[in-house]
Design a protein around this ligand. Structure first.
Ligand SMILES: C[S@@+](CC[C@H](N)C(=O)[O-])C[C@H]1O[C@@H](n2cnc3c(N)ncnc32)[C@H](O)[C@@H]1O
Length: 373
């Protein structure tokens, strides 16, 4: 994910309250959330159902009262003897105590991700399905101690449990969810400043979005075969009733540069159909290691694809992100091919100048390379 501050800065700089901001690869919903928090309409789409749930929860935030009422309702209907866990896969039952798994299965079966309140709870549960334990051994989530970013392969986790003699924690899911909600700084009233939908970024955009004309498209497309989003989210996808292989089939993941460029060509054609005439598109694209060399993928996308499509380039800005803040650190650079430089490619549908930067906080870090350099 990109840092929230990055999306915040661009939304604040390039749009006004009430404008629409759109992320066609919305992932965890960082850009739509920053848009909503700044009083814009935050729109997000993604081909991954997990990303859609996380983003939807951030664009349509229910009030705390409604959330607590709904959780109490689901809890009141729960009785451990009403829920069978015998059909749940072993890969899942190795992570949770039986009582925890029963509660999770109940919640999974009761919550409907099409409803805003339920979707928010589902997103909250997804964030706690696997997590580490704190220093005193207390679990931060519902599972045996695991990283809460991505899940390693089921076989790896099974061996790890065996080797380290890990015990599945006895936790009360409902109580933990209430504690989690207490720590979230939610607005008193519901905040419904946008929406999210399932969508392949190379497919035709919905007619209402074409009419709405987002002022800013701020997005980070999948990199050149760096992450298999489905594979590393197998636990969360279990909760959503989806399978990792099916999800990965729907996502762009290719190690071939020509295929990646073809993909970006059709994504950009789609964006030309939706972005406002006086709007902006910002792609966040990381450099990729190819053999011994780092490929400046943002530059390649500009040179090989966008330049000929009539876009006006404002600049390609390198953003050096310390390695310890990148998700790919969990592979200790063994299998991830992401390097540490992300680049922001900022362009408009037709020649235009950029508004002055008024934000005090980040202005010093902005220096645009001219398009020629
Ligand atoms: C780099 S991530 C975006 C991360 C996001 N900016 C965040 O902060 O969480 C790329 C996203 O593209 C999605 N994706 C991959 N192929 C896609 C496609 N063909 N259409 C739409 N989304 C796709 C993945 O599911 C993933 O969520």
């Amino acid at each position: 994910m990109f840092p929230p501050q990055l999306a915040h800065f661009f939304v604040d700089w390039l749009t006004l309250p009430g404008d629409a901001v759109y992320d066609p690869f919305s992932g965890r919903g960082t850009a739509p959330l920053e848009a909503v928090l700044l009083g814009r309409q935050g729109y997000g789409s993604d081909a991954n159902p997990l990303a859609v749930v996380l983003s939807q929860a951030k664009t349509r935030i229910p009030s705390k009262r409604t959330l607590l009422r709904r959780l109490a309702e689901v809890e009141a209907g729960y009785a451990s003897d009403k829920v069978s866990v015998s059909d749940e896969p072993e890969n899942i039952s190795m992570l949770y105590s039986e009582s925890t798994l029963r509660q999770l299965v109940w919640l999974r079966d009761q919550l409907d991700r099409k409803k805003d309140t339920d979707c928010f709870w589902i997103a909250t549960i997804l964030g706690m399905l696997h997590a580490g334990h704190n220093k005193s051994g207390e679990p931060r989530g519902f599972s045996i101690s695991m990283p809460n970013t991505f899940a390693m392969s089921p076989r790896y986790v099974a061996n790890y449990i065996k080797e380290h003699g890990l015990k599945r924690p006895e936790v009360d899911v409902f109580a933990m969810l209430r504690r989690r909600l207490d720590r979230l700084d939610l607005p008193e009233a519901k905040r419904q400043g946008g929406r999210t939908w399932t969508h392949d970024a190379t497919a035709a955009p919905p007619a209402w979005l074409v009419k709405r004309r987002p002022k800013l498209i701020f997005t980070s497309p999948p990199y050149l075969q760096v992450i298999k989003y489905g594979k590393y989210n197998w636990v969360r996808l279990w909760f959503l009733g989806e399978t990792a292989t099916e999800v990965d089939k729907r996502l762009m993941a290719s190690g071939s540069l020509p295929r990646y460029l073809t993909f970006m060509r059709s994504v950009s054609e789609r964006l030309q159909q939706v972005v406002a005439d006086d709007g902006y598109v910002c792609f966040v694209i990381g450099d990729v290691r190819r053999g011994e060399e780092d490929l400046n993928l943002a530059q390649a996308v500009w040179d090989e694809v966008l330049k000929d499509q009539g876009w006006h380039l404002h600049g390609i800005i390198p953003d050096e992100i310390p390695q310890q803040h990148k998700v790919s650190r969990i592979w200790k650079n063994n299998s991830g091919k992401a390097t540490k430089v992300d680049r922001l490619l900022l362009m408009s549908p037709s020649p235009s100048s950029l508004p002055a930067v008024t934000s005090k906080t980040w202005s010093h870090s902005l220096s645009f390379a001219s398009p020629e350099t």
